[in-house]
Write a protein that binds this ligand. Structure first.
Ligand code: NAD
Length: 311
């Protein structure tokens, strides 16, 4: 496969690039390095079947030129900073929605017809204690980030219908693990390095979600692609079980060997406007197909804490 990976220098996609390279594929990474890091890919830089292009998805001309000749697009690039997206209300629109349109248009022009898209469980909106499978409907997303993912999914569907693309859309739970550069575990470690006595937790600490280890996520993506053949293939990717933010705070303190840390809470049920306090995703569809994650949410959190502390 000649794979084109947008956002390939980022946390999740750089782990996918490792897997694709290990299995002998040719890989081009297209990344503006806004949150991605060149060092995540440094071990591939001298290989003949690898290329890193530092460029922006909003530069359609460059994108259209360099995507030529590839046969599979893995589209990961997006704004990962949900809080920044609250201040700059066109950030998710440009970096996620318009960027996705540019990827699809470049594919159409160059007759590339297979795409994988990294979506999110946030498309289901504030589900409360409902367990959302891929057919769950009736609630609308509550974040600008979520809205841009909904739009991107629908645009992929429209391109697929009109121009004959085949698509695999994965709605991820929270993904954690090696090379993570943002998210709750990363934030808690940084906060506690600055002040080992006090930890400010956004929300009430009881926000409860699935945490999927990044290696499981990559295996799930590749398994889903290999084992489904519809025009539009949509899968939730989530771990078994959930955990709450208090569990994560305690796991980080334990990992850092800190005792008697004073937890303070910003108060409301939501960590921030747009945050879904509770999210239960059903991964039954892909489980039935044969993929199961190796780690539970709690195991994934503990493993990620130790990986991030090692660095
Ligand atoms: P990340 O920030 O580590 O990766 C995003 C990459 O995209 C970065 O390398 C960044 O430099 C690049 N990028 C951003 N805008 C770009 C642009 N305009 N042009 C070119 N490159 C650009 O984030 P991640 O956590 O690895 O997320 C990857 C994808 O998975 C995103 O689409 C994200 O929305 C989705 N996702 C992530 C999670 C999670 O828990 N991390 C959950 C659900 C969905």
């Amino acid at each position: 496969m000649k794979a084109f990976v947008t956002g390939g220098a980022g946390f999740i996609a750089s782990n996918l690039v490792d897997e694709l390279m290990d299995t002998g594929h040719t890989v081009t990474v297209y990344d503006n390095l806004s949150s991605g890091k060149k060092e995540f890919l440094a071990h591939h830089s001298e290989k003949a079947n690898f290329r890193l292009i530092k460029a922006d998805l909003l530069d359609s001309e460059r994108l259209c030129e360099v995507i030529k000749g590839h046969d599979f697009v893995f589209h990961f690039a997006a704004n990962p900073d949900v809080l920044r997206g609250l201040e700059e209300t066109d950030l998710d629109l440009k970096q996620n929605a318009i960027a996705t349109r540019n990827v699809l248009e470049a594919m159409r022009i160059n007759k590339i017809n297979r795409i994988m898209f990294s979506s999110s469980g946030t498309v289901y909106g504030n589900t409360g204690t409902d367990i959302a499978d891929e057919t769950y409907g009736g609630r609308l997303t509550i974040s600008l980030y979520g809205a841009s993912k909904v739009y991107s999914e629908h645009l992929i569907s429209a391109f697929s219908h009109i121009y004959g693309l085949q698509a695999w859309i994965f709605r991820f739970a929270n993904i954690i693990g090696n090379r993570q550069t943002h998210g709750v575990i990363f934030d808690f470690i940084n906060k506690l390095k600055n002040d080992p006595k006090e930890l400010l937790i956004l929300g009430d600490g009881r926000q409860t979600k699935h945490y999927l280890f990044v290696k499981d996520c990559i295996e799930g993506i590749l398994y889903g692609i290999e084992n489904s053949r519809e025009e539009m293939n949509i899968f939730n990717l989530a771990s078994v079980g959930t955990c709450d933010v208090n569990f994560i705070a305690n796991a980080v303190c334990e990992g850092m060997k800190l005792e008697n840390v004073n937890f303070t809470y910003s108060g409301s049920k939501q960590g921030w406007k747009g945050d879904v306090p509770v999210s239960y995703l059903s991964a039954k569809k892909i489980n039935t197909l044969g993929w199961k994650p190796r780690l539970t949410s709690e195991e994934a959190v503990r493993k990620t804490v130790s990986i991030l502390l090692e660095k």
